[in-house]
Design a protein around this ligand. Structure first.
Ligand SMILES: Cc1cc2nc3c(=O)[nH]c(=O)nc-3n(C[C@H](O)[C@H](O)[C@H](O)COP(=O)(O)O)c2cc1C
Length: 204
């Protein structure tokens, strides 16, 4: 099949778009508001966008608290959402009044970050501490429709649980990172689904 995105005439019951780019990692974004209240929410429009320096991004549908706090306070932290933390991750997606600490609401503990103000999720084995770099507005197709905003952060500090390192490398199978698929489906990285391939070298 082929369809034009302007008319979106895919003919399917549900728009397939988010099922076409999977699995998507989940950025579990913690920020502080002006009063120092902790905000936490999962973002599946999330990824690293460069290696050196380390830049990451999350994309917000409408100007949500995470975006506002990241911009106003200049900092955010991305904790790794793992399979064992899936229920807490889902709880943290609920919207709350600004005075509610969403980390403790989700049954999680805050651990201090090394280089930025927002805490990381203590139960999560990995956290990226970021300085807000820029926000790129992605205008809606519809007049008056909700914009997406790509919030870009420069990573300035990284936490890795010592137990997550084996033979000098991060043991991704042990971490079991969560991933978002299409149609409300999720996946996780499992040890027996990880394989290594060495790219072939060009013959000269
Ligand atoms: C798995 C998952 C992924 C999500 N990804 C996004 C996303 O990429 N962008 C977005 O705007 N909302 C996303 N949401 C919804 C937000 O987490 C939700 O709106 C949350 O209340 C935003 O919190 P905040 O206002 O504290 O930033 C996602 C929710 C879940 C459960």
């Amino acid at each position: 099949m082929y369809y034009n995105v302007e008319t979106n005439n895919h003919g399917l019951e549900t728009d397939p778009f988010t099922a076409l780019i999977t699995p998507r990692p989940i950025g579990w974004i913690s920020t502080l508001d002006a009063k120092g209240v902790v905000n936490l929410a999962p973002y599946s429009f999330f990824n690293l966008v460069s290696e050196n320096p380390h830049y990451v991004m999350f994309s917000s549908r409408g100007r949500k608290d995470s975006q506002r706090n990241a911009e106003e306070q200049g900092e955010f932290v991305c904790s790794l959402a793992t399979f064992s933390l899936k229920n807490e991750m889902l709880l943290s997606s609920l919207s709350h009044a600004p005075e509610i600490d969403e980390m403790s609401f989700s049954g999680l503990n805050a651990a201090p970050s090394g280089s930025v103000g927002p805490p990381r999720v203590k139960e999560s084995p990995v956290a990226l501490e970021c300085l807000h770099h820029d926000t790129i507005e992605l205008p809606s197709n519809e007049k008056g429709g909700e914009n997406y905003s790509m919030v870009i952060g420069k990573v300035v500090g990284i936490y890795i649980d010592d137990h997550a390192i084996r033979d000098g490398m991060v043991d991704m199978g042990q971490l079991r990172p969560m991933a978002v698929m299409g149609y409300s489906a999720f996946s996780s990285v499992e040890p027996d689904h990880i394989f290594r391939i060495t790219p072939p070298k060009t013959q000269s």
